[in-house]
Write a protein that binds this ligand. Structure first.
Ligand code: NAD
Length: 415
């Protein structure tokens, strides 16, 4: 199955419930604009390399489109379309005045030097600067991109259009970024995991957690949840699975990662080290948090997954066939469009601050983030209880209803 097909499937389950059919369904699901560009850079040794870059603007009925930029070898148009669509429903579920977009470049950033990544980013902006902007489409970080990439993006875009830091979010704090943006997605995942497990009657100290991916999202979620007294028994990154049945020392792992030039956990010796794929299938895990790639829980491995709660920190980690089976088994899945919405929420706060030329304190950012995530959780939870549908379908119902309402108010054809 392709990524966009999977998103379409989840959309359809909710659209069916809402009785949205035909032309309206098409208008809500079809991306507004898809662009792919060639990005050519000069390498440090003087040779040339070319890559394909994408920007998909999915929907603008509720406001300027918003979505991350991913640098990863598996980035293709289908994946970007799927993630752009997820952004439309995600911004609507947390009720931000945005539509959805996504972009990326099919490249392995670990094979490029810092200067090469800078040149790549600037060359990408040269190709797409006229279709993004503070009132049209506002990019942000995703896998393989960080605050430095955002700073280069902004700098290059401003060469064409003049000073306007609100063109992109996830910038360094010293460069018009927002305090708390870097931790936001992981914090949101952590806060909702606490809320959900409490709602399901679980006790933190007795609820083992495993987190796939120890990058931006996974590491911040691990920190939040270990501070909330949950035993984190396993984390993984591309270098392996790091496992301790009595709970890992998350502070030590974070310290180790920070001091590695690769940013990986490679070389950490304070626990058992298992093959990278083992994390998903561990026996003693109640809450599984995929926080790396999409499509990792499939029909092929779903039978071996023991967790009774899955929190989708990554975008699209569960294929529909596997999702169906998990639902039949009574596994509770907190869907990506709610679970990982903390990042876009604080991106919105950054955009607001940039437009007002005013800075919020970290406390204010955290308070407003917690409030937004809590409200969205409650709305999704209540809808799920009232309709007897999964949390995923409930979240889609809320997102689609809000987007459809905006389109109806403006007129579908002219919105
Ligand atoms: P990142 O690049 O900072 O980290 C990715 C991590 O996943 C790294 O530790 C990497 O080693 C690991 N990884 C990659 N392949 C793996 C595999 N096969 N097994 C185990 N680990 C693997 O990326 P990120 O920003 O943390 O994003 C992670 C996920 O969260 C993505 O799906 C992204 O779309 C989603 N997300 C991110 C944000 C954000 O604000 N960064 C917001 C919303 C959603």
């Amino acid at each position: 199955m392709r990524a966009f097909e999977a998103t379409e499937h989840y959309f359809d389950l909710a659209a069916e419930h809402l009785k949205i059919e035909g032309a309206q369904r098409e208008a809500l699901l079809m991306p507004l604009r898809s662009v792919n560009v060639r990005v050519t850079i000069e390498r440090d040794d003087g040779s040339l390399s070319s890559y394909v870059g994408f920007r998909v603007q999915h929907n603008h009925f509720r406001g300027p489109m918003k979505g991350g930029l991913r640098y990863h070898p598996e980035v293709d148009l289908d994946e970007v379309r799927s993630m752009a669509s997820l952004m439309t429903w995600k911004t609507a579920v947390v009720d931000l005045p945005y539509g959805g977009a996504k972009g990326g470049i099919g490249v392995d950033p670990s094979e490029l030097s810092t200067r090469e990544i800078e040149r790549l980013t600037r060359a990408f902006v040269d190709q797409i600067h006229d279709i993004v902007g503070p009132d049209t489409d506002i990019p942000a970080p995703d896998m393989g991109t960080d605050h430095r990439v955002m700073a280069w993006f902004r700098n290059q875009w401003e060469k064409y259009h003049g000073f306007n830091p609100s063109v992109i979010t996830g910038k360094p704090v010293e460069e018009y970024g927002a305090k708390g943006r870097e931790e936001a997605t992981g914090r949101g995942v952590g806060a909702l995991t606490v809320k959900l497990t409490k709602r399901l009657g679980r006790i933190a100290e007795k609820t083992n957690i495993a987190i796939q991916g120890f990058g931006n999202v996974g590491s911040h979620a691990a920190k939040y949840l270990s501070e909330a007294q949950f035993p984190i028994v396993a984390v993984s990154d591309v270098s392996g699975t790091y496992y301790d049945p009595n709970g890992l020392k998350i502070g030590e792992l974070l310290h180790h990662k920070l001091n590695q030039p690769s940013g990986l956990l490679e070389g950490y010796t304070g626990c058992q080290i298992l093959p990278v794929g083992d994390l998903l299938e561990l026996d003693d895990v109640e809450v599984l948090i995929p926080a790396a790639l999409g499509g990792v829980i499939t029909q092929e491995n779903v039978d071996r997954i023991k967790a009774s709660v899955i929190v989708e920190a990554a975008n699209g980690p569960i294929w529909p066939e596997a999702d169906k089976e998990l639902e039949a088994r009574g596994v509770t899945v907190l869907p990506d469009i709610l679970a990982n919405a903390g990042g876009v929420t604080v991106s919105y706060f950054e955009w607001v601050q940039n437009r007002q030329h005013y800075r919020w304190t970290l406390d204010r950012v955290r308070q407003e983030l917690d409030h937004t995530m809590n409200q969205a959780f409650e709305t999704v939870w209540q809808t799920s209880q009232q309709t007897n549908l999964s949390l995923r379908t409930a979240a889609y119902i809320i997102g689609i209803t809000r987007v459809q309402r905006a389109a109806e108010l403006a007129g579908f054809a002219s919105a």
